[in-house]
Ligand binder design. Structure first.
Ligand SMILES: O=P(O)(O)OC[C@H]1O[C@H](O)[C@H](O)[C@@H](O)[C@@H]1O
Length: 323
């Protein structure tokens, strides 16, 4: 799990602390928090949905996340792009499950989260600048939910979401705790929209021999036979039961662009809406923007995590941006 060098320091939302280099800079307002490392790498998290909307590496020169030009950031709709959070259900909820009255992908991406604080570790004078790190912690519990979400899913839960930035690596870690006495079942996923130059030159490796559910093909179960998966049309696949150490690598023109690893998350969804579906989404822009993105989504979604009162589940996604 994510190393937290120090205990988080509470920062009231709305405050802004600008500290001179080479320290980590944190700035926040009523709607988002941005952390910038001395190297220039940065991450921005919108409190609405605790959605990461930007992650820049290469000293701030390379944006790694695709964000629609028409993404709605005011809290009225989940964000189209970045890393929306999926909890407690992935996709349309099954009609015979306790999540059945929730919207697609649950309520985490539709709720306003609390910024709990930051912890930093700075290497200034001690070693290489590549050791600098910052973790931003966000919380969501039953008491933060809208009345309708509370009614639709009447369980007492607590989520702590930690976003850790080190040079060229972004780790997102979710801890789910059942704070009540009634058991509940849940799914968790990081819906990462990775930015690519051209989907036509993009491949995904690390999925060979993995069984997947093909959601654009009648939810049929298939086994991946390609070492390098290419996308040539609408793609929506849930690859299941990956080995913990297996990395999913997005390559462009044969060169690695992103390496996506997981901790305690066995499933990986590969999604691209392609032209027609993107055309039908009011918040998707530009309309040919599907050529510049690929969703690689790590999660625990092919079954349910059952948590008894007091139990916790923790899972993380680790994305390395390769130059
Ligand atoms: O449009 P959204 O609710 O954000 O969902 C976007 C997509 O999320 C996941 O990748 C699912 O596998 C897709 O079936 C879904 O279309």
């Amino acid at each position: 799990m994510v190393d937290r060098p120090n205990k988080p320091t509470a920062i009231p939302v709305g405050s802004s602390t600008a500290v001179p280099a080479p320290q980590v800079d944190i700035s926040s307002d009523n709607s988002s928090v941005t952390a910038t490392l001395p190297s220039g790498d940065s991450v921005t998290v919108l409190l609405f949905g605790a959605t990461v909307t930007s992650w820049k590496s290469a000293g701030g020169k390379k944006e790694n996340l695709w964000l629609s030009e028409k993404a709605i950031l005011d809290g009225s709709k989940p964000v189209r792009g970045g890393i929306p959070l999926v909890f407690p259900v992935f996709g349309p909820p099954p009609s015979d499950h306790a999540t059945s009255s929730l919207p697609q992908h649950g309520f985490a991406r539709n709720s306003r989260w609390e910024f709990l604080g930051k912890s930093t570790s700075e290497s200034a004078g001690k070693g290489s600048a590549g050791d600098d790190s910052v973790t931003l912690d966000f919380g969501l519990g039953s008491s933060n939910l809208s009345d309708s979400a509370k009614q639709a899913w009447p369980f007492n839960f607590g989520l702590v979401y930690s976003v850790t930035l080190v040079k060229d690596v972004l780790t997102t870690n979710m801890t789910v705790r059942n704070e009540g006495t009634k058991p509940f079942e849940c799914q968790v996923l990081f819906h990462s929209y990775l930015k690519v130059d051209d989907i036509a030159n993009t491949t995904v490796s690390g999925l060979d021999s993995i069984e997947y559910v093909d959601k654009v093909n009648g939810a049929s179960t298939q086994t991946e036979t390609n070492k390098a998966v290419t996308l040539t049309g609408e793609t929506d696949r849930v690859y299941k039961a990956l080995k913990p150490e297996a990395k999913v690598v997005v390559k462009e023109n044969g060169k690695p662009l992103y390496e996506v690893g997981r901790d305690n998350l066995d499933d990986v969804v590969v999604w691209n809406p392609w032209a027609e579906k993107a055309g039908g989404m009011g918040d998707f822009a530009p309309k040919d923007g599907y050529k510049q993105m690929i969703c690689i989504e790590s999660g625990a979604v092919s079954g349910w995590q059952k948590l008894d009162g007091g139990d916790s589940f923790e899972g993380a996604q680790i994305i390395k941006s390769v130059l």
